[in-house]
Design a protein around this ligand. Structure first.
Ligand code: ATP
Ligand code: MG
Length: 235
């Protein structure tokens, strides 16, 4: 898996294919049984100092925001990463204000994370990563469970900040629309193995990948087939 700086890289595959597991390996939350991981041209070791250095440059948006938010208020949660970087208190304040504005959660800064909707929680998590100004933003299913308007909103925020801050994006999605239209490169995982790395459109047109991943066409055919069978039953 090779990710170019400033690119958008998609990790795709069905439920249980191993996308989240691979991301956890990349940030040192899990250790590989074999093989090596190099990130920012540095081998990922078990040394605490190395891990800390690497993590300072990575923002990891968890698939489930409830696994990420922990502080009593949104503002405290968002400031956590910046405080950990041992920045001056004024700089922490400035970044938190900037991040809350960027994700449009200023009015919710005193709320408990538990009183936010799913989409708001996802935005709060994103703000918590942005305060660290990471070089690499890892997003695990950033658009899952969001309505179309929220997706547009999230995508606009991420794209604006990606350009302003020159960030590289690594995201997982089983939504092939995002993989095809948003990513520059993709890796398809199937049952824990990489089966294709390359340009999304090229990969998604391969018959074996279409077969493994399925499509809206297949769903539509199934529904139409089912509907016509039902009509026969009624007559
Ligand atoms: N710590 C672990 N130890 C052993 N097996 C695990 C561990 N974490 C996940 N798994 C298993 O690894 C497989 C891949 O899980 P993973 O969460 O990476 O899938 P995913 O591609 O992210 O799926 P989804 O699209 O549903 O999020 C699953 O079968 C899961 O049960
Ligand atoms: Mg996952």
């Amino acid at each position: 898996m090779r990710i170019e700086e400033n690119s958008k890289y998609a990790l795709t595959g069905n439920n249980g294919a191993g996308k989240t597991t691979l991301l956890r390996l990349l940030v040192g939350l899990l250790r590989p049984k074999s093989g090596t991981i190099k990130i920012f041209d540095k081998a990922l070791t078990r040394k605490k100092k190395d891990l800390w250095q690497i993590r300072q440059n990575i923002g990891f948006l968890f698939q489930n925001p409830d696994d990420q938010l922990f502080a009593p208020t949104i503002e405290e949660d968002v400031s956590f990463g910046a405080r950990n970087l041992k920045l001056e208190p004024e700089e922490v304040k400035r970044r938190v204000k900037w991040a809350l504005e960027a994700v449009d959660l200023v009015d919710f800064k005193d709320f408990s994370p538990f009183n936010l909707s799913w989409g708001q929680k996802k935005r709060a998590c994103l703000a918590g990563l942005l305060v660290m100004k990471p070089k690499l933003l890892i997003l695990d299913e950033p658009f899952a469970n969001l309505d179309f308007k929220s997706i547009i909103n999230h995508l606009a925020i991420i794209e604006r900040l990606r350009k302003e801050e020159n960030m590289t994006i690594l995201f997982t999605s089983h939504n092939l629309f995002f993989v095809e239209h948003w990513a520059d490169e993709m890796l398809v995982l199937n049952e824990g193995r990489g089966i294709f790395e390359g340009h999304p459109r090229e990969g998604l047109n391969l018959p074996n990948i279409r077969e493994i991943m399925g499509s809206y066409d297949e769903i539509r055919d199934l529904i139409q087939n089912h509907n016509s069978n039902q009509k026969q039953l009624i007559f």
